[in-house]
Ligand binder design. Sequence first.
Ligand code: FRU
Length: 326
Amino acid sequence: AQETKEFTIGFSQCTEGDAWRKAMHKEMAREASFHPELSLQIKDAKNSNATQIKQIREFINQKVDLLIVSPNESEPISGVVEEAFEKGIPVILVDRKINSSSYSAYVGADNFQIGKLAGDYVVNLLKGKGKVIEVWGLEGSSPAIERHKGFLEAVHKFPQVQVVAQVKGEWEKEIAKDRFPAVFKEHQDADLVFAHNDVMALGSFESLNGFEAQSKLKFIGFDALGGPNGGLQLVEDGILDATFLYPTGGEEIIQLAYNILHNRPFKKENILNTTVIDERNVHILKQQTNKIISQEENINRQQNKINEQIKIYNNQRTLLYILVFS
Ligand code: FRU
């Protein structure tokens, strides 16, 4: 039989706790199942820079063939990623960036562009005049910084659109839900909540439960996941005015890893597409997403069937071997 080289891929994930990253892992596992020579190990840093640094060191010491990192915050994680890269381990950054060019490739949407798109949308929605509360993702993470900058770039041209307050939501629904009311109390004349992701938009919305403001305020977020509590559903239910698609890129990440490990050509910057979703296109998008989800389930079922067949084949081969050689 032909020997195929096995590759170990270490993935240092900043957190595993939310639906967006769970969707990413599912996509990665499915794509990896087409390449049995790739074995993927994921370590969850649980939103901690210190834990992530430790886990990346473990992957370096283990001499993984390739390292994937979604850095919790840019500055604290830069050093250890550079260390891995300088030791000759190819590094793929996903979704979040570091403060250095010492990596092999990046996969993710352009967060500055997506922020700008949101800013343009808000200017339109508020007809050029209104007060905005911004709910931030983790302050040292690149998507938060870039979404903020892109948004300001778009709204700065309209001096009557003002960001009047900031909430530190750290990407988490419960944190946003906890901290939003105190800020809102000081800015009850706000018109819109610009949250750096959908779950924090929902947390802020829920924190106003029972208050009249809940129905008056407009909310926008990012991610646009399918499924029961996903952004698409929130737009359809009228909780969000809009969400901006932020693809997880799971499939692209594995394809890129495959190309790098097999010495095939690859691009350093792999920018995923985005789009705005509001009441005008949410129905069609939900239909398409549901269709994709059911096709993905079919692929998983096929994969399980194939694995069963391989098991049966291997058992029969062993049996034949015993019969022939005993
Ligand atoms: C998930 C998440 C997404 C957001 C991304 C930014 O962990 O918070 O909601 O778009 O990370 O890195």
